[in-house]
Design a protein around this ligand. Structure first.
Ligand code: SAH
Length: 445
């Protein structure tokens, strides 16, 4: 899951920033302030300032691009000609001058450029964005991904050929999240195309993710097109969820766990369930509807828990079987262990402990801690549904951490499912970073 925070003990539910309309603050098609400066990464690499803007890589550093990985790190660049500004489209060449791709330049970022296209004859213009967006929408239609949900990820950034751009749909509302300088430059064009093709009642911009800081971009949160309805709702497998697009986490809801939530619902009948990091009640509602004997849901965000309880009421589910706890999961699990509480089904769906590999060691300890406690709280034959949405923790490492946790908890367990994000979060083969969400369902033997 694509959860937001890097620190295990944080409470990342964002305070409301209101529903401000940024159309009055940003002229159509104008250049964001970041374009005015030439950032240090690029300044240090400056080649011929009067030549046409272009990026030339160091010898041998073209390999990842030849494998069609779209990121160009500053360390791979030999020199940058011209005086490119943030968001400019530049040709990228290898050390001998061969064309590799057209890339959006992010001078303020360690990822100095992200490739839009590998074709030299392709223009990066409104037509290019129309094509890419049409393709993304077409794939989701062809695979009938709307069959079980009125909410869906319509554009999954690099994996849909649009680095740095996320668009999520909640019924008639689209939420756009821009994470890098390329789509920032094309923001108005992209909004126009989405408005025309999807005909939403509102396009809301939630460009306030942590990654914007790394890209030197200011935060944005407000209506881009149309009007935001008072209540935004998504219906997933017949369950209704209110979505707080202005102040909720990510773009308001964790669409990536849709299929996994449905699985949990199918196993819940007659079981005592514990849902850790419950957010607005996703797994809890499925478990209640699935006939759970009881469900204890824990989250550190009071706002998230309030919305979770409102969601239970919205679906006429039996509240008497549900218990809610606003607490730090790390502490709460220890208390439950000390109270000798036992469960038959436990969901652990924490926020992103390791956004990159640099955080892997610390994050591994946090994952091991909660999973070890999770194993201890399970009755024999119980199920542990455990997830990591950390880009910095690969699938192999995650499985090793869980194996270590089971060993230290003194239990034997078998993996009964390997889980991933739903199909509206495709993973481009050449961009394995797109596969951030991994889950294991373990049965304690
Ligand atoms: N499973 C949810 C999504 C979980 S998102 C769903 O299906 O919708 C991760 C959640 O963890 C967030 O709601 C966040 O508030 C919560 N969180 C983060 N750190 C926490 C901590 N230390 N203890 C308890 N909750 C925490």
């Amino acid at each position: 899951m694509t959860h937001q925070k890097t620190k295990p003990h944080s409470t990342p539910h964002r305070p409301s920033q209101g529903n401000r309309d940024f159309r009055n603050r940003t002229r159509r098609g104008n250049n964001p302030p970041a374009e005015q400066k030439i950032a240090p990464h690029i300044a240090a690499l400056t080649g011929n300032a009067s030549a046409r803007p272009a990026i030339t890589l160091k010898a041998g550093r073209e390999k990842s691009l030849l494998r069609r990985h779209p990121w160009i790190f500053s360390g791979a660049i030999e020199h940058v000609d011209g005086a490119p500004r943030s968001g400019d489209t530049l040709p990228v060449r290898d050390a001998t001058g061969n064309f590799l791709g057209w890339a959006a330049c992010n001078p303020d970022s360690q990822i100095t450029a992200r490739v839009w296209s590998w074709r030299e004859s392709e223009d990066i213009d409104a037509g290019f964005f129309r094509n890419r967006i049409t393709n993304a929408l077409g794939m989701r239609r062809e695979l009938q991904l709307a069959e079980h949900s009125s909410g869906m990820r319509l554009i999954h950034a690099e994996s849909d050929g649009l680095p740095g751009l996320i668009v999520d749909q909640y019924g008639g509302v689209l939420v756009m999240q821009i994470g890098s300088a390329g789509p920032e430059r094309w923001r108005e064009t992209i909004a126009d195309i989405l408005y025309e093709l999807c005909k939403p009642v509102c396009i809301y911009e939630r460009s306030d993710s942590d990654s914007r800081g790394l890209e030197g971009l200011e935060e944005r949160n407000g209506v881009l097109r149309g009007t935001l309805p008072d209540n935004v709702e998504v219906i997933e497998h017949g369950l209704r969820f209110r979505v707080d697009v202005a102040a909720g986490q990510k773009t308001g809801f964790y669409l990536d766990q849709r299929d996994n939530r449905a699985l949990t619902g199918a196993w819940a009948a007659g079981r005592d369930v514990l849902n850790c990091f419950c957010y607005t009640g996703g797994f809890s509602l499925y478990a209640l509807r699935g006939g759970a004997k009881s469900i204890l849901s824990i989250d550190s965000s009071q706002e998230a828990l309030q919305l979770a309880q409102a969601n239970v009421a919205l679906n006429d589910l039996d509240v008497s079987r549900a218990e809610w706890l606003c607490a730090d999961v790390f502490e709460a699990l220890r208390k439950l262990r000390d109270q000798n509480r036992k469960f038959d089904l436990i969901v652990l769906d924490p926020p992103k402990f390791a956004p990159t590999a640099a955080f892997a060691e610390k994050a591994s300890r946090a994952y091991k801690d909660i999973n070890l406690l999770g194993f201890k709280l399970l009755r024999p034959g119980g199920l542990l549904c455990t997830y990591s949405c950390s880009g910095g923790i690969g699938e192999d490492l995650f499985q090793k951490i869980i194996a270590g946790a089971a060993l230290d908890a003194g239990v034997d367990a078998q993996i009964v499912h390997y889980l991933h994000a739903s199909a509206d979060h495709p993973v481009l083969l050449s961009f394995p970073e797109g596969a951030y969400l991994k889950g294991l369902v373990l049965r304690v033997t």
